[in-house]
Design a protein around this ligand. Structure first.
Ligand code: PLP
Length: 384
């Protein structure tokens, strides 16, 4: 594969996959190279840079180089899922390490952290991440190893002030890690705000077609922590496979146009739904009424993302009934795909969920927003 060029704007980099051309054929689409093992040179070296599929494969490496360029990082490693990527970061920490994490975050990782704490594998403090005094109080200078942030955060879209949190983390001597799944590097580049590591579930917007499970970690610099993370992926083998990487690269090429439309539609929907008599609240960082709006407006460029939540006045029962009555929205988990999804989060997340009982999470796809609005309004009218 010809070496990628990174000196262009994100939409150009994405559309042309950083200029990657298949050298053998001139193909504009990268060839699917599925080999798990690679030929040694006669002098016993591997000059082409590949030896064994648990370490790297050409398509996964191309995806990593595009993500590192998009995030403004030094390097990236792709994993078999978002959770594999995120837990690899956390497992790089020594036994008993102190971690500060948000109360509102992807529930799967919150549960993982709670279990790690219950087994004394890690010591975790969960804090309201939009309260800088609470974060400062939880950080233990010289002890805390990692501050974890997701912004805007599932499922109420709490906004974290990345620049202020990076400063706090570094004051305490901790690494600052940002889950950038929801905004993607097109809306927010956490490394520019001081993040040390950026993680993604690439299953969501980066792929965008609900047909690949994948994850990635991007580092601001190649230091000892990064070397240990690379060792974990190599030794334990949670690498992204070539078939998934091929599909992911196919999806990634259209991220800029998909996300622009998703942001525009989400804003239209949020504005149209705010004040609806059946709804107690509409949660979307693009609304002036949202607690994190000012920070989001400063920190996010080109839109406020494709995710919002509505809180149905009638509580859990009314929300579940409304989700059952839609005809266009799909009742399904996940986010960031071309099709719009609706989900009652408290049912999924269980008792300690920060989601109010009436909360429905909406992942806005590529349908016409007016159809999506009419469908939701119809469902609320039929069940309200
Ligand atoms: N982070 C966020 C914000 C997510 O929404 C998810 C999945 O829903 C994950 C991480 C986990 O990613 P994966 O499902 O690819 O393991």
């Amino acid at each position: 594969m010809a070496s990628p060029s990174h000196s262009v704007r994100p939409a150009t980099l994405l559309a042309q996959l950083a200029g990657a051309i298949d050298e053998a054929t001139g193909g504009l689409v990268p060839a699917l190279q599925a080999s798990t093992t690679f030929l040694r040179d006669p002098d016993n070296r591997y000059r082409r840079g590949f030896d064994y599929g648990r370490d790297a494969n050409p398509l996964t490496r191309l995806f990593e180089s595009v993500l590192a360029a998009l995030e403004g990082g030094a390097a990236a490693r792709a994993f078999a899922s978002g959770m594999a990527a995120m837990t690899a970061v956390l497992r790089t920490l020594p036994e008993g390490a102190h971690v500060v994490a948000p109360r509102v975050m992807y529930w799967g990782l919150r549960k993982w952290l709670q279990k790690a704490a219950a087994r004394n594998r890690l010591c975790v403090d969960f804090v309201p991440i939009d309260d800088l005094d609470a974060v400062r109080a939880a950080l233990r200078p010289g002890v805390t190893q990692l501050l974890w942030v997701e912004t805007p955060a599932n499922p109420t879209w709490v906004v974290a002030d990345l620049a202020a949190l990076a400063e706090l983390a570094h004051w305490a001597g901790a690494r600052f890690v940002v889950d950038n799944t929801v905004p993607t590097p097109l809306l927010t580049r956490p490394i520019a705000f001081g993040a040390d590591l950026v993680v993604h579930s690439a299953t969501k917007y980066l792929n965008g077609h609900s047909d690949v499970v994948a994850g990635v970690v991007v580092t601001a610099r190649e230091d000892e922590f990064w070397a240990e993370l690379c060792r974990i992926r190599h030794d334990e083998g949670a690498i992204l496979g070539p078939f998934e990487a091929w599909l992911l690269l196919r999806g990634l090429r259209t991220l800029a146009v998909r996300l622009a439309r998703q942001c525009a539609s989400a804003l239209q929907l949020a504005a149209a739904l705010e004040g609806h008599p059946a709804l107690a609240r509409v949660l979307y960082p693009g609304l002036a009424s949202h607690k994190g709006h000012t920070i989001a407006a400063r920190q996010m460029q080109g839109g406020f993302g494709g995710m919002l939540s509505i809180v149905v006045r009638g509580g859990a029962e009314a929300a579940i009934a409304a989700a059952a009555a839609v005809r266009i929205w799909k009742r399904a988990t996940s986010l960031g795909g071309v099709e719009s999804l609706i989900e009652h989060r408290a049912s999924i997340e269980g008792e300690d969920s920060p989601a109010p009982p009436g909360l429905l999470r909406l992942s806005v796809g590529l349908e016409d927003w007016r159809d999506l609005l009419a469908d939701l309004e119809g469902a609320l009218a039929r069940t309200g």
